[in-house]
Ligand binder design. Structure first.
Ligand code: COA
Length: 157
């Protein structure tokens, strides 16, 4: 763990975190191109079975990760990851991916979708051990695919 990410904590969402998270996502790629409005995102974050976790640096919200234990073909699914623009590139995304793997320890596979145009996020996931398993053309918007990525988790000792 690098020094910068050592001060980052990941905690369950509390009051106001859904609104903050929806705002961060709705104003950022890939959700702009995917035409996900703030209201639509907020509805998705409040859906049953969805877990919202917040990364904090000190007292400040710095990022979010949305998890669904049965979200992809009955397997754990990372529904969204987003870091506040001023906090990107400082290790918080990596921390949240590690957190998801620990959270789902004992499961065999962890899935996520990444947009075909989101090269920066793809790099992060591939570096983190995810592999491309397929793609869903024109799935959210016409002209772009969602790539299906998964990572095999280590067996629990
Ligand atoms: C993708 C994202 C979650 C990564 O979080 P992060 O805290 O910046 O990630 P880390 O610092 O742990 O890792 C940095 C890596 O992420 C990449 N990255 C992706 N988007 C970035 C951005 N906007 N700014 C800086 N780095 C970014 C960096 O390029 C770096 O990879 P590289 O060294 O190969 O270039 C974050 O940048 C983000 O919120 N992006 C916009 C939303 C998004 O694309 N979410 C994924 C949807 S599937």
């Amino acid at each position: 763990m690098d020094l910068e990410s050592a001060e980052v904590r990941i905690e369950p969402a509390t009051a106001g975190d859904v609104e903050w998270s929806a705002q961060i996502m709705a104003s950022s790629e890939p959700w702009v191109t995917l035409r996900q409005t703030r209201q639509k995102i907020e509805t998705g974050l409040r859906r049953a079975g969805i877990e919202l976790w917040l990364a904090h640096r000190g007292p400040q919200r710095a990022g979010l990760i949305v998890l669904d234990r049965y979200g992809f073909a009955g397997s754990p699914y990372i529904k969204s990851v987003a870091v506040a623009p001023n906090e990107r590139g400082r290790g918080i995304g990596t921390r949240m991916l590690n957190f998801a793997e620990e959270h789902f320890a004992g499961e065999r596979f962890l899935f996520l979708l990444v947009s075909s145009f989101n090269a920066a996020a793809q790099r992060l996931y591939f570096r983190h051990g995810y592999e491309k398993r397929g793609e869903l053309p024109n799935y959210i918007v016409e002209g772009y695919a969602e790539w299906i990525l998964s990572k095999r988790l280590p067996p629990r000792n």
